[in-house]
Design a protein around this ligand. Structure first.
Ligand code: AMP
Ligand code: MN
Ligand code: MN
Length: 341
């Protein structure tokens, strides 16, 4: 029996748990709004399509909303063309996926600060919905949804399986993040069995990039700096223009930087057009950067966190690096061969 089918058998044991409440709410609703977070990543869009398409197939009226729209790199996913930036008309249930607080949902909820259902795996989640399904051990919200769909009695067709597998692959950087679990691999196997196309999704989600993105990397790589086991770099608006890169993100440069040896913490600063700087942290186990991100108004996981900080590149860099060094000096962490005590 597959892992998901095994879970399905346990459905009768659920009784007024948040999972059961979620199931009943989804079952009862006819017009459902599903959304995720601004600056959507693979898990945001994968979770949105995974649940949204499944609910549609079950006969629900579904609005799939991302207030920032669908980034070009994700438009190959079946169903992504159905995603809108703004909700239209009424809905009787709102679901927010992979999103730890109301602000991060952007304008998708039309100002309703308490959505009905929040499904997420961020430890910094504020439980801001009426029903909150939060699993911090889940490697992706898509992993949770892959387990929940059968429990909710919802179908898992190929487009949903592709979308969820895409979320799972991208949030784990191809099953290689430190939080990976045997369960996540089993869920991935079930998604492949349901039609998920692992090699294509892996290439599209993690390897393929535009010429402009590669040039943008060049700008960031050329000013990479380090201080002990801390490394950082910046990407300015000028770098972005020169490279012809259209996104406002780091084009995943941070994932390249985490491959540099003898570095335990990477910070990247991406200048934004609105007088803000997007900061991303990536750390090795033993160093929790999520609270550092919260300190700057953001959030995330122990090993991967981000924040959008008001101010110029230089100023934000100084503040953030100073707080980051502080974390380094205060933390008693214990990597192989490095500082202890
Ligand atoms: P990023 O550095 O943007 O790739 O984000 C790393 C992790 O931190 C992801 O899990 C994000 O969901 C989370 N994150 C990034 N920015 C924010 C923010 N402004 N508020 C809350 N969480 C964030
Ligand atoms: Mn996400
Ligand atoms: Mn996620």
């Amino acid at each position: 029996m597959s892992y998901l089918a095994g879970l399905e058998k346990r459905i009768s044991r659920m009784d007024n748990t948040p999972l059961d409440q979620a199931r009943q709410a989804l079952l009862a609703a006819q017009r459902i709004l599903v959304t995720s977070h601004i600056r959507p990543d693979g898990d945001a869009i994968g979770s949105l399509l995974g649940l949204g398409l499944s609910l549609k197939e079950a006969g629900k009226q579904v609005q799939m909303i991302l207030s920032d729209g669908v980034p070009a790199a994700f438009r190959f996913l079946e169903g992504s063309q159905q995603i809108r930036k703004k909700p239209e008309g009424d809905f009787d249930l709102s679901v927010v996926l992979d999103c730890s607080d109301f602000e991060r949902s952007g304008s998708a909820l039309n100002g309703h600060p308490t959505p009905d259902l929040n499904i997420d795996h961020h430890p910094t989640n504020l439980s801001f919905a009426r029903i909150n399904l939060i699993e911090v051990e889940a490697v992706a919200t898509a992993e949770m949804l892959a387990r929940y769909l059968p429990l909710f009695g919802l179908p898992l067709s190929k487009p949903s399986a592709d979308a969820l597998l895409f979320g799972l692959i991208t949030d784990t950087l191809g099953f290689r993040t430190y939080n990976m679990t045997p369960r996540a691999l089993r869920v991935a196997a079930d998604l492949i069995e349901a039609g998920g196309d692992l090699p294509s999704l892996y290439f599209a989600g993690l390897l393929r990039r535009s010429f402009e993105a590669a040039r943008f990397w060049g700008a960031g790589l050329s000013v990479l700096q380090k201080d002990g086991r801390l490394a950082w770099t910046t990407l300015s608006m000028t770098d972005r223009r020169n490279a012809g890169y259209l996104g406002r993100d780091d084009a995943d440069l941070i994932n390249v930087l985490t491959t540099v040896e003898d570095i335990d913490l990477i910070v990247i600063f991406v200048e934004q057009p609105n007088g803000h700087v997007k900061v991303s942290w990536r750390s090795k186990p033993g160093l929790d950067v999520s609270q550092l991100a919260v300190q700057f108004g953001g959030g995330g996981h122990a090993a991967a966190a981000g924040a959008e900080v008001a101010g110029g590149l230089q100023e934000v860099q100084e503040q953030v690096l100073s707080a980051t060094r502080q974390l380094f000096s205060e933390n008693i962490y214990n990597f192989e061969g490095i500082k202890q005590g």
